[in-house]
Design a protein around this ligand. Structure first.
Ligand code: PHE
Length: 448
């Protein structure tokens, strides 16, 4: 039998866990390389638009569903729309959760390796070419698979301890330390010779770079970064108390999440231009650029160790939220114990994660639609499944769900002024989000 449902203990715990889910590799690893590959400022602008115009209302929609029902993603739709096919969106979410957990764990495994090798291998100054080799030879080796598995095992240990003891406690401590370290690195980067070029690249939109595919990627990035569209926030908000203000929590999450992505950009791009690297390097960008920063400052070994360790911690507060989606589902829908449900989730991610890790080495020759397995998992989940899930969730809450539930969940603990905001949220869910996501899909996927 599944254990009784718990709730997050404190207000701070709610913010720390939700922000902990949102802030992760998506901000510090994925945002810089996506922005680097898609024209810098133009990508940032689109990302911001998607986060605040579509993202925040859909975050509210997930919160409404989760908190109102207090159930896992499948159970929540069954409770709200019994016998209807709306619940099928759960399978979109569950699939996305396993796919993201799989490829994300590969990169999180890299952060673990880089933490350790900062101490053992990192010898002060290293040339850009040496840093390339260092990444390539590691990522293509069997050790990358081993670190993926080690990372997933760490997840198992935390999640199986339960919501409050494991997830909430970790997030409360780790998130503040991460913010402070990012600020220190930002100041450091702004003093580099390439600072102006880097900042210009990040903030000056070149509208000529905007193509339908770039718009689709920016939408995918916004959803990915907010942990949105796959039921992660439905699951987390099912542990919220009635007093948690949903609108405010969604704005705080989106605000802090955006801030971290921008800080990451301000750290990375000045270094890219200072050390003559390519902003379009793809997934390895951060793993080659950050070490060049560390090799240029005194105490580089310590900074490098600290930073990759924090990146690892930021990853784990995100992966436990992905894994919680399927863990809650397996345990509440099939009556598995929390430990077994977690084990099943992690086992699935171990299989697919190992394959994704190998796609940088021995499976590199296997491509589907021109993408390696790792890239395919990332593209399909972020650019297709998450916006699709978000589209269905927004239509469901905007058009189908009883308006009194929406109103009472949204206004319950927010100040009365939030009635205006409530109306705006509902408008976005009914019209703006479905229409925008639909249009971006049609053009971005080249349907016409
Ligand atoms: N938002 C997380 C990040 O930016 C990734 C994530 C995606 C977490 C989906 C949960 C669900 O790193």
């Amino acid at each position: 039998m599944s254990e009784p449902r718990t709730q997050f203990a404190t207000r701070l715990g709610v913010i720390a866990t939700t922000v902990g889910s949102a802030v992760g590799l998506g901000n510090i690893w994925r945002f810089p390389y996506e922005a680097g590959a898609h024209g810098g400022g133009a990508f940032l602008l689109l990302d911001l638009l998607f986060i605040f115009i579509i993202g925040v209302p859909v975050v509210c929609a997930e919160f409404i569903i989760g908190r109102h029902t207090g159930k896992n993603i499948r159970g929540a739709f069954r409770a709200l729309a019994p016998g209807k096919s709306w619940g099928l969106v759960s399978y979109v979410g569950l699939t996305a959760a396993i796919m993201i957990l799989s490829f994300y764990s590969v990169v999180a495994g890299w952060t673990m390796h880089y933490t350790v090798s900062s101490v053992t291998e990192f010898s002060g100054r290293m040339s850009t070419a040496a840093l390339h080799d260092r990444f390539d030879s590691f990522a293509s080796s069997d050790m990358a698979v081993v670190w993926t598995l080690v990372f997933l095992t760490a997840n198992y240990l935390i999640i199986s301890r339960g919501v409050q003891k494991g997830i909430e406690k970790m997030s409360n401590i780790l998130m503040p330390i991460l913010f402070i370290t990012l600020l220190v690195f930002t100041i450091n980067s702004l003093m580099m010779p390439g600072a102006i070029d880097g900042v210009t690249f990040l903030f000056k939109p070149k509208f000529s770079e905007i193509t339908p595919a770039v718009v689709l990627s920016a939408m995918g990035q916004a959803f990915f970064s907010l942990s949105l569209g796959l039921g992660c926030l439905i699951t987390y908000s099912s542990y919220f108390k009635k007093e948690t203000p949903l609108v405010r929590t969604s704005f705080i999450t989106a605000g802090l999440d955006t801030m971290v992505a921008i800080l990451a950009g301000v750290i990375i791009f000045p270094a890219v231009f200072t050390f003559g690297q390519e902003p379009t390097a793809g997934p390895k960008l951060v793993f080659e650029v950050l070490p060049s920063i560390f090799s240029s400052i005194s105490g580089g070994v310590i900074w490098s160790t600290l930073f990759f360790f924090l990146l690892f911690l930021a990853s784990i507060t995100s992966t436990i939220s992905m894994a919680e989606i399927t863990t809650a589902y397996f345990s509440e829908e099939f009556g598995l114990s929390r430990k077994r449900a977690t084990a099943l989730t992690i086992a699935l991610a171990m299989v697919f994660g190992s394959l994704c890790a190998m796609s940088f080495g021995s499976l590199g020759h296997i491509t589907i639609f021109g993408m390696t397995l790792f890239n395919l998992f990332d593209y399909v989940s972020s650019n297709i499944l998450l916006p699709l899930g978000g589209l269905i969730i927004s239509v469901f809450v905007g058009w189908v769900l009883d308006r009194s539930i929406v109103n009472s969940e949204l206004t319950h603990s927010d100040r009365p002024a939030s009635r205006v905001i409530t109306r705006m949220v509902v408008f976005c869910l009914r019209w703006l989000a479905p229409v925008c996501i639909g249009i971006v899909f049609i053009f971005g996927l080249g349907i016409f």
